[in-house]
Design a protein around this ligand. Structure first.
Ligand code: HEM
Length: 370
């Protein structure tokens, strides 16, 4: 028990003794110590500590976005939280390089003693997925059983409870749906935007048809590509149009429109912070996928075509999981609906005025809530 009157001591503060006393090597316990198992344990523990920090940041965002109206300053704070998460994810991706200093033969020295434990049982990783919004139906099943079946009973209950909480996806969708500026009084943004898109697509078709270097067959193929783009745009224009089904593609139509508007008019001061928030959320999603792929490649190098210690098909399972377990696919692919800034409908001065920074020394402007 540290003496409360004594000055704070570094090792006590970070509980160094406990921290350094929790690397137990299973190979040693079984009488065949493998040198590289220390690295394996420390890398996993480091991951779990970073996961804890990421969850800490994410929980702070979820708490503020659970409010009926998110105060403006909380949007700025969420940007900072996500900025930190993104930097941590970079470390998580890079850390695989450290683990890869262990060769496949070194890993084989202790791999079998790990069975049936596996990273699939990382409860914090699953919390992260649930809190971000990975849905049960989008999960790749292992052994034809729910992912929770790999956990102890108490952990299973915690995971099921975390699925019942509104996820970042749910809260962000609601926040986007509440975004003002989707209708601007008499200025019909969507009608104007549709005209701008039609003009852009018509120009694309003209450019292809007038290109003397293309054969007729090549022109038909390229025009068919523009037609496919036109059909894709219907996802944002068609009232109530359903996005194509699939993992990570289930954002509501209204939320999709709001996200698009925020991206297109990101230079307007009031939309800049929401734009940064959306960009960071897509960075989080991309980094997550990058980690999954990088982990899958590392697994291929480490165990080849072998099955994993958790009993999956190994790298094949992990590659499939990377493709399926997505959340913000609609945001990642939003650029499909972008048009050049120069072609964007001009906002009427009245609308533009409401989106700018205004300061009056005479009266305090009421705080905007979204
Ligand atoms: C030599 C190093 C590693 C190998 C060979 C390896 C292998 C595997 C395999 C084969 C799986 C699929 C499930 C199974 O059958 O076991 C898996 C899943 C997983 N591993 Fe690793 N892993 C390694 C390192 C790590 C590290 C350092 C972490 C960091 C926490 C990690 C986290 C995970 C997670 C979260 C999953 C579940 C992924 C999902 O279901 O989408 N693994 N690992």
């Amino acid at each position: 028990m540290p003496d409360r009157r004594a000055p704070l001591y570094y090792a006590d503060y970070i509980q160094l003794d406990r921290l350094l006393d929790c690397q137990r090597l299973e190979s040693g316990r079984r009488g065949r110590p493998a040198h590289d198992e220390m690295l394996f344990v420390i890398v996993h523990q480091t991951y779990e500590l970073w996961f804890k920090q990421v969850l800490w940041e994410l929980d702070a965002v979820l708490a503020s976005f659970r409010q009926d109206a998110v105060p403006e300053e909380d949007v700025g704070r969420a940007v900072s939280h996500f900025g930190r998460i993104v930097e941590i994810q970079r470390v998580l991706i890079q850390q695989i390089d450290v683990l890869e200093t262990m060769t496949p033969l070194d890993f084989l020295e202790f791999r079998d003693v790990l069975i049936p434990a596996s990273g699939v049982q990382s409860i914090q990783f699953r919390f992260l997925e649930n809190k971000l919004g990975v849905r049960r139906e989008d999960r790749l099943q292992l052994h034809d059983a729910p992912y929770t079946s790999l956990f102890r009973k108490a952990d299973r209950a915690k995971l099921e409870a975390s699925e019942k909480e509104p996820s970042l996806f749910d809260l962000l969708e609601r926040w986007l749906e509440r975004t003002p500026f989707l209708s601007f009084g008499t200025f019909d943004f969507w009608r104007e935007y549709r005209r701008a898109v039609d003009r852009m697509l018509a120009a694309d078709r003209r450019t292809i048809r007038n290109n003397p270097t293309l054969t007729d067959a090549e022109k038909s193929t390229q025009v068919a590509g523009v037609d496919a783009t036109a059909r894709r745009f219907e996802e944002v224009f068609g009232a109530g149009a359903a996005p194509p089904p699939g993992p990570g593609r289930h954002l509501s139509h209204r939320a999709l429109q709001a996200a698009l508007l925020i991206n297109l008019y990101r230079d307007e001061p009031i939309l800049h912070l929401p734009f940064r928030l959306l960009s960071l959320v897509t960075d989080v999603e991309r980094n997550f996928t990058t980690w999954r792929r990088r982990h899958a490649q590392m697994v291929l190098r480490m165990i080849g075509g072998r099955i994993g210690t958790g009993g999956s098909s190994g790298s094949e399972y992990l590659e499939k999981a990377a493709a399926r377990q997505r959340v913000f696919g609609d945001l990642v692919e939003l650029s499909s609906f972008f048009i050049p800034r120069s072609a964007l409908p001009k906002l009427p001065p009245k609308v533009k005025g409401t989106m700018g920074f205004r300061f009056s020394g005479r009266s305090r402007a009421p705080r905007r809530r979204s």
